[in-house]
Design a protein around this ligand. Sequence first.
Ligand code: DX5
Ligand code: ZN
Length: 227
Amino acid sequence: MRRQHLSELAKSAPAVLPSLLLCDFGNLAREIELLEEAGVTALHLDVMDGVFVPNFTYGMTIVKALRDLTELPLDVHLMMVNPEKYIQQFFDAGSDIITIHAEAVDDARPVLDQIKDLGAGAGIAINPETPVSKIAPTLPHADLALVMSVNAGFGGQSFNESVLEKLGQIRETPGGEEILLEMDGGINSSTVQQCTDAGAQLLVAGSAVFKQDDYRVAIETMMEGVK
Ligand code: DX5
Ligand code: ZN
C-alpha cells in the first residue's frame, strides 16, 4: 500500500528529502546506497518538462530505475503541463507520492483524485507567487501540500522566506488540518530552522546534500539544532 508511506513520513518528520537533481546519474546505484546509509526516509524526484518550467530533467524511466534500486518512498514532483496524461505512467513506474502544480492545471481536484484512486499519495504544489487561496478548494483532495520556497525549475536558488506564512495558512484552511507539509527550494543549514518553526514536515534539499562529499554529515549538519 503506497499510501501507507504518508503516515510513516509524517512520523519521521522533520525529515530531509534529498532532491536527486544534482546526483551522479552515471552511478545511481551507488548514490542510492549512500543515501540509504545516510538514513534518508524518502527520495524527492524533480520532473521538469521544459514547458511549465524552462528547464528539462527526466521522466518515468528514471523513476522506474530508482524503483528497481530501492524500497525508499519515491516522492515525485511533477513540474509539467497536462500532468493528468502521465499520472498512470508515473504510478506504474513506482511513484509513491505524485505532486502536481496548481499553476499547471485548470482544476487540480480531478487529477488529485486520479492519483489517490490509483493508490498513491496526492500532492498539490504552489510556486512562491501563488497564494494559498488558490489551492484552498483542492486541499480536501490532497494528502500533501508542497510550498515552493523558490520558483520551480532550478536547483541552487536562494530561499524566499516570504512563503513561510503559507504553511500556517494551509493548516488553518479546511482540508489542510492533517495534510503533510513539504517545503522545497534553497533549504540548507541556515534556512531549515525557519521552515520547521513554520510547520514544515518534509524538507527537500538538493544542493545542501549533493554538494557535500558525505551525505550523512550533510543531513546531520542541516538538522543540528532543529527540534
Ligand atoms: C526546484 C526543485 C527542487 C530543487 C531543490 O524546482 O523542485 O527540488 O532541486 O534544490 P535546492 O535545494 O538546490 O534548492
Ligand atoms: Zn522539487
